[in-house]
Ligand binder design. Structure first.
Ligand code: HEC
Length: 178
């Protein structure tokens, strides 16, 4: 009995010690980009590297005349090929951290950080980024196909509600409801 209670106490202490400190909020002076600029500058180019790996083998021969072959051409010969897909996956995962700190939308409103749909989109972005990372490490194009589909859904989780103008159930442009 005595042994049990000692164990319980030490478990409790352990749990107490392993609690992570709250992340400090980024000072306002360190925020330069609107949510829209972060999307266009980081999420858009990196997701395209992942989408590209659905139907073009990042490990294959690069065609320097094809301007859309992002993973092939942009970063050869330094961080190209499948490594570009790995790096894009990590960039998207880290981008989730950037879009959960307070910043303005293009229209001047605060980004809707606490909205449950926004939170859901963030969680989906994190999950699928790591799935993309694993698929890139495995150099698995079938998995990239599935991951791309899930990535599109993660983006749409937020965009359906906060961004896109929808007519007859289909996005037809940017409405800016952020
Ligand atoms: C957590 C929510 C969320 C997720 C996840 C998200 N976005 Fe966004 N995105 C937004 C919001 C909100 C805006 C509008 C921002 C504004 O008006 O300042 C936006 C705007 C954009 C824009 C700018 C549109 C324009 O031209 O005005 C692009 C591009 C974009 N997102 C790409 C992506 C891609 C690609 C993904 C997925 C890899 C993604 N976003 C995931 C919330 C999200």
């Amino acid at each position: 009995m005595r042994y049990c209670s000692v164990l319980l106490v030490s478990l409790f202490v352990l749990a107490g010690c392993s609690r992570e400190p709250d992340a400090p909020a980024a000072p306002a002076s360190q925020i330069q980009g609107s949510l829209n600029q972060v999307m266009r500058g980081i999420l858009y180019p990196n997701s395209n590297i992942i989408f590209d790996a659905q139907d073009r083998d990042p490990g294959g021969e690069a065609d320097p005349n094809d301007p859309t072959a992002s993973a092939h051409v942009f970063y050869q010969p330094t961080y190209g090929g499948w490594e570009a897909v790995e790096n894009a996956s990590i960039a998207l995962y880290e981008a989730a951290n950037l879009i959960q700190v307070p910043r303005k939308c293009a229209n001047g409103n605060d980004a809707p950080l606490n909205d449950p749909t926004y939170q859901k989109g963030l969680a989906a972005l994190r999950d699928v980024s790591m799935q993309a990372y694993q698929a890139a490490q495995a150099k698995d194009m079938d998995a990239m196909l599935e991951v791309s589909d899930r990535l599109t859904q993660a983006c749409a989780t937020c965009h359906d509600v906060f961004r896109d103008k929808v007519v007859d159930g289909r996005p037809v442009g940017i409405e800016g409801r952020c």
